[in-house]
Write a protein that binds this ligand. Structure first.
Ligand code: ATP
Ligand code: MN
Ligand code: MN
Length: 305
């Protein structure tokens, strides 16, 4: 593979030779976690993290003064980046903009050097931006929803997807909820994916009106779980697996086996310290096989109807 500038790619996970300025700057006040520790975290999980972001247009959350100060959600190329791919892409509105995409470990560490804490890839790659190869059902519990109900919701989403012939994968978000991720191969055009995600969410909300809502209106979410299907359109993003979150305690979005769901206590069970430890203990990838799954939406819409 070649980089954007045509240079041959080095081993993508090789620790990057990029200087971190202000390494001792505390970026997570709780736990006094420094910028250097953030770089060390991404280096430690690099081999697991990269496959989820490499070659995907990726928005980032930059917190130049730390996670508890002002952070910026940035979709477009920033000046001064030398180790990151860039691609001019049409936005859903039709306008063009220059997006960034990680090439290798250097891209990630350079972005950390630029103050990035979180990574949010598209569900498609720069090579085929029009074809989604990941669908994300983002389960967002409203107020007054006990954790057990979020767990049950994820199980139900998985069951319904299985009935539609779709295999799915689970991850914590590092926040309040869970993501259920459906790989597509070959990829599907975004309008089809968006239609499916919306139809799936409405079906769920109609069948279980006390548990789910499929409308974004905040006031309707109390006591219910919002099935946020809006992660699924051209240019929409969801947090990357193994990304840190710019929230108190430096939590991490972590892929899990379905068999681990019952043990979870929250969407932020894992953090900057426990995630590398978990990975060191793992015998195999919790999302093993995700890239080998052959499934798409061709027959699914009919079954859903
Ligand atoms: P939680 O479990 O707490 O819901 P989450 O990552 O699913 O965590 P959401 O608020 O449900 O958080 O989803 C927000 C998603 O929307 C993010 O993952 C991000 O990719 C995307 N997003 C789009 N625009 C923004 C923005 N301006 N700021 C933050 N996220 C944004
Ligand atoms: Mn969410
Ligand atoms: Mn959401």
């Amino acid at each position: 593979k070649k980089t954007a500038k045509g240079k041959p790619r080095r081993d993508a996970t090789q620790p990057a030779d990029i200087a971190i300025s202000h390494p001792d700057r505390v970026v997570f006040a709780e736990g006094s976690i420094t910028k250097q520790e953030v770089a060390d975290y991404y280096t430690a999980v690099m081999k697991w993290f990269l496959p989820g972001v490499i070659d995907r247009p990726t928005s980032v959350i930059r917190c130049p003064e730390g996670a508890d100060k002002t952070c910026f959600f940035q979709k477009h190329l920033m000046q001064g980046l030398k180790h990151v791919g860039s691609a001019k892409l049409k936005e859903e509105s039709g306008a063009q903009a220059v997006y960034i995409y990680p090439l290798d470990a250097s891209s990630i560490i350079e972005l950390v050097q630029f103050g990035v804490l979180e990574f949010h890839p598209w569900g498609s790659t720069v090579e085929h931006p029009d074809k989604a190869n990941r669908v994300v059902f983002d389960l967002d519990p409203g107020d007054n929803v006990a954790w057990e109900r979020v767990v049950a919701a994820a199980r139900l989403v998985r069951k319904l997807l299985t009935q539609l012939g779709l295999e799915s994968f689970l991850r914590t978000t590092g926040g309040k909820g869970l993501h259920v991720v459906v790989p597509l191969n070959p990829g599907c055009p975004w309008p089809m994916v968006k239609g499916f995600a919306q139809a799936f969410a409405s079906t769920l909300a109609q069948a279980h009106p006390l548990d789910f809502v499929a409308t974004a209106t905040k006031s309707q979410r109390n006591g219910k779980i919002y099935v946020d299907y809006l992660r699924n359109s051209r240019g929409a993003t969801s947090v990357a697996s193994y990304s840190l979150r710019a929230r108190a305690g430096a939590p991490v979005a972590v892929p899990l086996r379905w068999s681990e769901l019952g043990k979870l206590k929250s969407g932020h069970d894992f953090d900057i310290h426990s995630t590398p430890k978990r990975l060191a203990r793992l015998r195999s990838d919790p999302w093993k096989g995700i890239d080998d799954v052959q499934q798409n939406l061709d027959n699914v819409m009919k079954r859903l109807a």
